[in-house]
Design a protein around this ligand. Structure first.
Ligand SMILES: [Zn+2]
Length: 249
């Protein structure tokens, strides 16, 4: 995951990978971005004490996939803001305008969406990508729901005794414990997603870096759990050894 693609603001919109064909790059269309300043902002700019970051501007842009037979069109919108740029020695300061996307639809994939994922997981992950721009806490909550659906995918029971005496409905933390006995090694990553999801639900805000950490953990866990990356590579290595270096796949 390249974090530069998922920042808060951009001097120009990044070349995200197309969410439809998954290999084309999104290129800006026409006069990009279209920016308008509100009338009340223009009035405030006339005040003597006004600073560039008082400006209220909105932008919209259309991006198109550069693969001819795909040509997906993605709509982006948000605020254009003034940010104070400062060099490392703090000698130079200047205002620069930056785009802050608040919606991107259809949303580019922050991590790869495996074709082996269940539909129920797929829906939650795609929602998380959309909500990432709009509402970080809601995005974190979707990731938590995604983990629930992932437990369903692996048929982790929803009822059991866990550490209690009586049979009861298992909460997510208990299901993750159960899952660890089926497929060990991912408990911490899944628990981290659960915690960030809880935090997002209760506090109404989620730190962007923590959220990107979650996507990174998820990317790694899914590569193993869903696509069995290490097992596939080990099988390829074994085949090459058996065939004395010839690729016969
Ligand atoms: Zn495309």
């Amino acid at each position: 995951m390249n974090r530069d693609l998922w920042g808060y603001s951009f001097d120009k919109l990044p070349r995200w990978t197309c969410p439809h064909c998954r290999y084309g790059l999104l290129q800006p269309m026409g006069n990009y971005p279209h920016v308008e300043e509100s009338e009340y902002s223009k009035e405030e700019q006339k005040l003597q004490e006004s600073e560039p970051d008082w400006t209220i501007e909105r932008f919209v842009a259309l991006l198109k996939c550069d693969v001819a037979h795909c040509g997906e069109v993605v709509a982006v919108g948000g605020n254009r803001v003034a940010e104070l740029y400062q060099d490392y020695e703090g000698r130079e300061q200047r205002w620069e305008s930056a785009l802050v996307p608040m919606f991107v639809r259809p949303a580019p994939h922050i991590i790869p969406v495996s074709r082996n994922l269940s539909d129920a997981c797929n829906v939650q992950l795609r929602k998380a990508f959309e909500l990432y721009w709009l509402d970080k806490a809601a995005c974190a909550n979707r990731l938590r729901i995604f983990v629930e659906r992932l437990m369903d995918h692996f048929e982790v029971p929803t009822e059991g005794k866990a550490k209690k005496k009586k049979k009861h409905r298992l909460d997510l933390s208990e299901r993750i414990e159960e899952f660890d006995s089926i497929k060990p090694g991912h408990k911490n990553a899944l628990d981290a997603l659960r915690f960030v999801g809880n935090y997002g639900s209760h506090e109404g805000q989620t730190d962007t870096e923590a959220l990107l950490d979650c996507f990174e953990l998820l990317e790694d866990a899914l590569a193993e759990l869903i696509d069995e990356k290490k097992a596939v590579l080990a099988a390829k290595a074994q085949k090459l050894i058996e065939n004395k270096g010839k690729n016969t796949w």
